[in-house]
Design a protein. Structure first.
Length: 165
């Protein structure tokens, strides 16, 4: 966007709105003093000299052919717009939400047969191996494990004897 030979303040403000992306957070962190109106919008702001100089230089770079006093006046209005949330959308600094193509979910498997290959998920995780059987539960009190071979002291059966006592 270029400016006309004798730009109005609205031309310059439109240029700033289109080409100057100021972070509201940066502005707030560099404010030395600010005043609020009754409507809770900022109507005056002062910056430390280093931040002020930086902002003026950026504004002059955007409109080099315009007198500095005019650029500073429009810059002040633009900064108030940004601080009050009336300026350009802060989406420039927000993370961009890009739409990524997603694979469609596959249908539930049919009960009566295999699914056709086109209905299977191509990038599905590998099937899980059958789980190991649960380990035997701890012995109940009073049961003593046998060695699996019946002996005279140990009647044949499930391999456990009930202890007396």
């Amino acid at each position: 966007m270029s400016l006309p030979s004798d730009p109005s303040v609205f031309d310059i403000l439109n240029l700033f709105r289109c080409q100057w992306f100021l972070s509201r957070d940066w502005l707030v962190s560099n404010v030395a003093s600010a005043q609020w109106t009754d409507g809770l919008s900022i109507d005056w702001v002062e910056f430390p000299p280093a931040a002020h100089t930086y902002l003026v230089r950026c504004a002059i770079k955007l409109a080099p052919s315009v007198p500095t006093a005019k650029v500073k006046w429009v810059m002040f209005v633009f900064i108030l717009e940004v601080l009050n949330g009336d300026g350009p959308v802060s989406s420039f600094f927000a993370p961009r939400r890009t739409r990524t193509p997603r694979k469609r979910r596959t249908c539930k498997p049919r009960e009566g047969g295999d699914q056709p290959v086109s209905a299977m998920a191509v990038d599905a995780p590998p099937p899980v191996a059958p789980s190991q059987p649960d380990p035997p539960s701890p012995l109940s009190p009073g049961l003593v494990p046998g060695n699996g071979v019946p002996s005279l002291e140990e009647p044949a059966g499930d391999g456990f004897n009930v202890t007396s006592g």
